[in-house]
Design a protein around this ligand. Structure first.
Ligand code: ADP
Length: 196
């Protein structure tokens, strides 16, 4: 049980979240839920760092392409007209490129969040990846409005203010990439004796 209580996840306030002054709101909602921030810093990253952060596989690029294509289909837009291709890998590469531009467009606030089911809890606080689908009351639902249909046509990534790890494996790899062990701290939050 101790392991579940101390689960760690990586949270990023993306450049649009930082520029919009949402660092405090995001940290505040995480803390309010009873989760503990155990590492925190602001960094400007470059492409090599992002190559490590995002999956390297063609499968991931293809998945990004499929998501883009399904958005074009949903809104009856012609990918060839807007992107010059309807090939899933080509579109995936374009989305990946725009994602790298977005993530290097300003500083990012990175943090490690620890607590009971922290991976699922933070994903829930963040809300759906696509802001227009995110429920009200979630961070993305309350503070963002972007749509992939518009983003893809404009050749940019979806601006969705934050990132949070999705699985325990992803969390372990991402924490290891963004933080040195000595940057991650241990302390007890006052509520721990009462909440669980
Ligand atoms: P998540 O951030 O929820 O883990 P993904 O791993 O699928 O989602 O995507 C990574 C990031 O890429 C998203 O947070 C978003 O900023 C951007 N993105 C995802 N899909 C698209 C798309 N179809 N068009 C533009 N940007 C996208």
């Amino acid at each position: 049980m101790q392991k579940l209580k101390q689960e760690k996840t990586l949270v990023l306030v993306k450049p649009d979240g930082v520029k919009r002054g949402l660092i405090g709101e995001i940290v505040g909602r995480i803390e309010r839920r009873g989760l503990k921030v155990v590492a925190l810093k602001m960094v400007q990253v470059g492409r090599p760092h992002l190559e490590e952060h995002f999956p390297k596989s063609d499968e991931w690029v293809g998945r990004l392409g499929d998501k883009g294509l399904s958005t074009f289909a949903d809104y009856k837009l012609d990918p060839k007209e807007h992107l010059g291709t309807d090939d899933r890998m080509q579109i995936g590469k374009k989305v990946k490129e725009s994602l790298f531009e977005y993530m290097t467009s300003g500083p990012i606030v990175a943090m490690v969040v620890q607590g009971m089911h922290s991976i699922d809890m933070v994903r829930k606080l963040a809300g759906h990846t696509l802001p227009f689908k995110a429920d009200m009351g979630t961070l993305r639902g309350d503070f963002s409005v972007d749509s992939p249909a518009v983003a893809n046509v404009e050749g940019r990534a979806i601006h969705n203010i934050m990132h949070a790890s999705e699985t325990p494996e992803e969390a372990a790899n991402e924490i290891n990439l963004w933080f040195k062990p000595e940057e991650i701290h241990e302390y007890k939050r006052a509520e721990e004796d009462v909440m669980f």
